[in-house]
Design a protein around this ligand. Structure first.
Ligand SMILES: [Cu+2]
Ligand SMILES: [Zn+2]
Length: 173
């Protein structure tokens, strides 16, 4: 039996997973227009689902009060961060959606990233996929917030950063 924690939440062990090694990670890099944008998205498999931990820097920033930047954040089904003049990450394709759901019920729909002077840190739990299912897929950061309504992708605008999810070396997956 787990030793009870002082705060009384027997499930509070989830955060301890973050001290270990992720089963997979994506190194995220900005498009040509966002050369300073970079970061890491780590994926930790737990019995309750996957803990996703994103640490991003170099995000575009707003100096205006009440206009802090919010960025749509998804797993896309494409396996490559290449693209074309119109969409530098076009090959990331659409949201990862193996169950044929509507947005924002795609497996790849994630909570948005809130910018803080160009930095974002976000850790959350999702049981919409396992780590092994998303290895080889792409994580995408958009320049606008996801409205969680508009089909098929939440009107989150241009793809500004991308990274391929890769199995961590030595992972048992
Ligand atoms: Cu997206
Ligand atoms: Zn979606």
């Amino acid at each position: 039996m787990n030793k009870p924690l002082s705060c009384g939440h027997s499930k509070a062990h989830l955060f301890t997973v973050l001290r270990g090694r992720p089963q997979a990670a994506a190194a995220v890099a900005g498009s040509e227009s966002y050369p300073d944008l970079s970061g890491t998205v780590r994926f930790f498999q737990t019995n309750e689902g996957v803990i996703v931990c994103a640490e991003i820097s170099g995000l575009p920033n707003s100096e205006l009060p009440c206009h802090d930047r919010i960025f749509g954040f998804h797993i896309h089904k494409g396996t490559d961060c290449s693209g074309n003049m119109d969409d530098p990450f076009a090959d990331a394709m659409s949201h990862y959606n193996p169950n044929g759901c509507e947005h924002p019920y795609h497996a790849g729909d994630l909570p948005p990233l809130f910018g803080n002077n160009g930095f974002a840190l976000c850790a959350f739990l999702t049981n919409r996929f396992s780590v092994s299912e998303v290895i080889g897929k792409t994580v995408i950061i958009h320049d606008h917030p996801d409205d969680f309504t508009t089909q098929p992708s939440g009107s989150s605008g241009t793809k500004i950063a991308c990274g391929v999810i890769r199995r961590s070396a030595g992972s048992c997956l």
